[in-house]
Design a protein around this ligand. Structure first.
Ligand SMILES: C[S@@+](CC[C@H](N)C(=O)[O-])C[C@H]1O[C@@H](n2cnc3c(N)ncnc32)[C@H](O)[C@@H]1O
Length: 211
């Protein structure tokens, strides 16, 4: 890792060795479900790389593409997360087809770029609730007043860069958040994307978005 960091811990995630430290979220075991759903959707997905928004240390996206031949573009604003992600890409032997982009999700995807599948894991804790997670960096969890500020931006990025017959798998905290985001897609964003399937887990919710 290039920049100043505390000693990294390593955890197994989807058969990969993932390094992380206290500047990012500890990889959450249940989120392998997001990788696995992406793997299932990649079978038959339109051509094009996978885009992972809010990648953190990169484990969800890496586990999704490791057993495929897809290229992967990972995006995160946090330089420390990007350093860890680059380390994890190399450790997985995937440097030839994975790119890590450091910056805001709405600034580092170029006009005209199209992806066959998009994974998104935005911060989704309402700002009023982040004190309940003192171990977690606020940049990784603070989703604004209703927890959906970053998820709404993600929807706009997905709408603009997802292949016509592609799918996105988005992670949120509660079914109510998924419902609110579904309403935003239609009436706020004016998108033809819809939430077409939701899967609920003890610690979070996954939603599949498609046109
Ligand atoms: C909920 S964490 C998910 C990280 C990783 N997927 C995981 O499971 O640990 C959200 C991530 O989004 C990043 N982030 C927050 N705002 C961002 C933005 N506007 N653009 C890009 N990344 C952002 C944070 O640095 C953090 O790594």
């Amino acid at each position: 890792m290039d920049r100043q960091s505390s000693p990294a811990s390593v955890v197994e995630f989807g058969g990969l060795q993932i390094a992380f430290d206290d500047r990012v979220l500890v990889p959450r075991a249940w989120t392998i479900a997001q990788s696995r759903w992406a793997v299932d959707l990649l079978d038959g997905a339109p051509p094009g790389p996978v885009l992972e928004l809010f990648a953190g240390a990169g484990h969800i996206g890496l586990a999704a593409v490791a057993a495929t031949e897809r290229a992967l573009v990972m995006v995160d604003l946090n330089p420390a997360a990007c350093d860890l992600a680059r380390h994890n890409v190399e450790a997985a032997g995937l440097g030839a087809r994975v790119e890590v982009r450091e910056g805001r999700i709405d600034e580092v995807v170029a006009p005209g770029e199209v992806f066959g599948l998009i994974i998104a894991d935005p911060p989704w804790v309402p700002s009023s609730g982040i004190d309940a997670f003192p171990e977690d960096p606020s940049i990784a969890i603070d989703g604004g007043d209703d927890g959906l500020d970053l998820a709404r931006i993600a929807c706009a990025v997905i709408d603009g860069h997802l292949a016509a017959s592609g799918a996105a798998v988005l992670q949120l905290g509660t079914p109510e958040q998924v419902e609110a985001l579904g309403a935003y897609l239609e009436s706020g964003l004016g998108s033809d994307m819809r939430v077409v399937e939701t899967r609920q887990f003890e610690r979070g919710v996954l939603a599949r978005l498609q046109r």
